[in-house]
Design a binder for this molecule. Structure first.
Ligand SMILES: *Cc1c(COP(=O)(O)O)cnc(C)c1O
Length: 422
């Protein structure tokens, strides 16, 4: 049945949606006594209502047991991380031993590049997407400089074709082939933060391996948003933050993946006591005896309050079921494209930068507004719609399946229609 452009129709879709009640499990901003439409899950996911309780349990353990909280109480902290990995395997598409929860995203990118970017005089280049998230650009530049190379010729950026915003797979593969055995590392995002474009992680990884290099991915905008199969795709390493689609709070503890095939190997790595095998961790011996898991990359005492917030959020994902969420995400996206296309005729007032095909995007859709973009954007928030602005004229919205509704998509589109016609 074709979609309809009406509030009643959108509300009808919500009624049929089996996940619609999950929305009530999140706090959301209120404006004029009404729940705002929060389309910023790609920036900072909303707070699950179970998070405060989980964090409080850690606070109580600390109050009651002091440092013995690591070993005492109902849920000793020493093993607490074991709650996390089983909840992540579906979302990341990884085996438990390939996952570690630690630090923050940029820190983890650096730690993993220490292992996976080991340039030689002939093989030293890093291929990445043009207009990568700035922190990633700084990380790449500083890694290259640290090894004594010049970022200007060691970093190869793949650009969109002129007049477009999306980077074609052919151009990525061509760059890998062209630079061939001078490439040490290819580091792409899973989903580009600006355009919402999903990159073909499996295809890129295969081409990178053929060139004899390592393939790493920044999954900040991919984790919890699109289907990932890192193990099966043979990705060498990946890192992501947990405060965007994974709702684990501002500055949340982050995640990293190292493929099984590298776990027992001899990759260089920075080491700290938390990477020790758990049975040896507190023996205070001189020799580092790593666990044969990605946890051997962890350095420092786990921040327990952050881990608790992460666990609380992952439990909501598990209750909803990640496959179900992906299906709803697809349905929300299809309706969003329908209403946006509807309001964008007869006269075209904006361009949808994000690919329409649901295999090539996640929740986020980026709109390049042709006229009065900033003024239109500035009107949205007072009307109770939280969206995101990127210079020069782009509004990004990310309706997420856990707490956004079809009704909100209709209201956004109809508000935008009125603002565009003023
Ligand atoms: C959000 C984001 C970051 C932020 O890095 P932090 O270390 O978590 O502050 C980095 N890279 C990408 C691609 C992002 O989307």
């Amino acid at each position: 049945m074709p979609h309809q452009y009406s509030l009643g129709y959108a509300i009808g879709l919500d009624t049929l949606d089996e996940l619609s009640s999950f929305r009530e499990q999140f706090y959301a901003p209120y404006l004029h006594g009404k729940r705002a439409t929060y389309f910023l899950g790609n920036s900072l996911g909303l707070q699950p209502k179970n998070t405060q309780d989980e964090v409080l349990k850690i606070m109580e353990g600390w109050a009651n047991f002091g440092v013995e909280g690591f070993f005492m109480g109902n849920d000793p902290w020493l093993n607490y991380h074991k709650h996390i990995t089983p909840l992540l395997t579906d979302i990341i598409g990884a085996k438990q031993e390939e996952l570690v929860t630690m630090n923050h995203l940029t820190v983890n990118l650096h730690l993993l590049m220490i292992s996976f970017y080991q340039p030689t005089p002939t093989r030293y280049k890093i291929i990445c997407e043009a207009k990568a998230f700035p922190s990633d650009q700084y990380a790449l530049q500083s890694q290259v400089s640290l090894h004594g190379f010049d970022p200007a010729n060691a970093i190869i950026e793949v650009y969109p074709k002129q007049g477009t915003e999306l980077i074609s797979k052919e151009d990525i593969l061509a760059a890998i082939e062209e630079h061939g055995d001078s490439v040490a590392l290819v580091l792409f995002s899973g989903v580009n933060y600006y355009t919402g474009q999903v990159f073909d992680i499996a295809g890129i990884t295969a081409a990178v391996h053929k060139a004899g290099a390592y393939a790493g991915f920044d999954l900040a905008h991919a984790a919890g948003n699109i289907k990932l199969q890192l193990h099966y795709w043979k990705v060498d390493f990946a890192a992501w933050c947990n405060y965007k689609y994974l709702n684990s709070g501002p500055g949340a503890i982050a995640g990293a993946f190292v493929h099984e095939q590298h776990l027992a190997g001899k990759l260089p790595r920075l080491e700290g006591w938390w990477g020790n095998n758990i049975s040896n961790r507190f023996k205070m011996e001189k020799t580092f005896t790593p666990s044969v898991t990605a946890e051997s990359w962890s350095l420092s005492t786990t921040p327990m309050m952050l881990l608790a917030a992460h666990k609380a959020s992952l439990e909501v994902f598990a209750a909803a079921g990640f496959e179900n969420l992906l299906q709803k995400s697809k349905a929300l996206g299809e309706y969003l494209f329908f209403v946006l296309t509807h309001i964008n005729q007869p006269e075209e007032k904006f361009t949808i930068i994000t690919p329409q095909n649901s295999d090539e995007r996640g929740c986020q859709v980026s709109l390049s507004i042709h006229q009065n973009a900033k003024a239109i954007f500035d009107t949205l928030m007072p009307l109770g719609i939280f969206a995101d602005w990127r210079e020069p004229n782009v509004i990004r919205i990310a309706p997420v399946p856990l707490y956004n509704s079809f009704e909100e998509i209709f209201i956004f589109a109809d508000t935008l229609r009125q603002l565009l016609n003023q």
